[in-house]
Ligand binder design. Structure first.
Ligand code: RRO
Length: 311
């Protein structure tokens, strides 16, 4: 009996695999497709205070080794996702879900989170501190002082389970500094990683997406080593009460296995879901279960975080 079930902050999920925010989660129709798939949950597109059109198209392109996007935070407004998830979770046997949000300013973020705090929603919220694509808005979590101030203000009123979506870090000192900030707060989870911000992909002599003269967030195969390093670095440094969601470069059961080995309690799929569609959850779940049975592992706990080092 092999199970890929997991828990985040006491919420149960039959499967540790789900979509990554931004992919297959903009509309109710897309979210219902993920709900009906083998995924254990979904996370909504990051919702802002007001609905947004996002950047001009083309703003996503697949490449041989992954993807580049500069969507620019198009979304239906956070209240669309809140109302939808509240309705869905009234159904008997509903899965548990994640609502992703961020404001375009700290004031907007507080308005959103205060509304969530006062709402009937008791579930998980992912605060996106790492959108790389809104012109003039830096990735919040690259500024540790701003991040600490924002979280201090938030946890003065917010009492429900909250996690943060992080950008990739690339320096050991930054892992230490980031973890020291996150360890000051009662976070339910951190999710590593968002896309690697501001890459550039060229075809012939021309960029392949329109916004920002072709600069965009990189996903897919390119980013798996960076994602695994971030998952494991935080697994080594964070208070055990802060769980880790692993995202980045997952397109096979082996990739998901590696994220869990690095310490992930849940694994999200972005680029590969965009390219393959929600059937991917059936395939990757089977591949992950096959690896687990071959190794004699029955549950994620049997190998989570048990990455081996060379003496
Ligand atoms: O919408 C986007 O451009 C976007 C967001 Br909010 C994000 O967090 N990560 C990303 O790669 N694209």
């Amino acid at each position: 009996m092999v199970s890929t079930a997991t828990q985040i902050a006491g919420f149960n999920f039959d499967n540790c695999l789900m979509n990554a925010a931004g992919v297959y989660c903009m509309t109710k129709e897309e979210l219902l497709e993920i709900e009906a798939s083998a995924a254990g949950s979904f996370v909504t597109k990051t919702g802002t205070l007001e609905a947004r059109q996002g950047n001009p198209e083309p703003r996503y392109a697949p490449t041989t080794l992954g993807s580049i996007n500069s969507m620019g935070l198009p979304n239906m407004g956070y209240d669309y996702y809140l109302d939808f998830v509240l309705d869905l979770e009234k159904e008997p046997n509903s899965k548990n879900h994640f609502i992703s949000v961020v404001g375009l300013s700290p004031a907007d973020t507080h308005t959103i989170l205060k509304t969530l705090e006062a709402s009937a929603y008791q579930g998980l919220v992912e605060l996106n501190l790492s959108c790389p694509n809104v012109p003039g808005k830096p990735q919040i979590a690259y500024d540790f002082e701003t991040t600490e101030n924002l979280l201090t203000e938030i946890f003065a009123y917010y009492t429900k389970p909250l996690g943060v979506k992080l950008p990739p870090y690339f320096d050991i000192v930054h892992f230490d500094q980031a973890a020291a900030v996150f360890n000051k707060f009662p976070l339910a989870f951190v999710n590593s990683i968002n896309s690697i911000g501001n890459g550039l992909v060229i075809n012939e002599e021309t960029v392949i997406i329109k916004p920002k003269n072709g600069f965009g967030g990189i996903g897919g195969n390119y980013i798996k080593p960076t994602a695994l390093a971030n998952v494991h670095a935080f697994y080594q440094r964070l208070n055990p009460s802060i769980q880790i969601i692993g995202t980045g470069g997952v397109k096979s059961g082996r990739d998901a296995f590696e994220h869990i080995l690095c310490g992930a309690s849940m694994v999200q799929i972005g680029t590969a879901l965009q390219e393959e569609g929600p059937e991917i959850f059936t395939r990757i779940t089977e591949e992950l279960k096959a690896i687990m049975s071959e190794k004699g592992y029955e549950s994620l706990e049997d190998f989570r975080g048990k990455l081996q080092y060379l003496d």
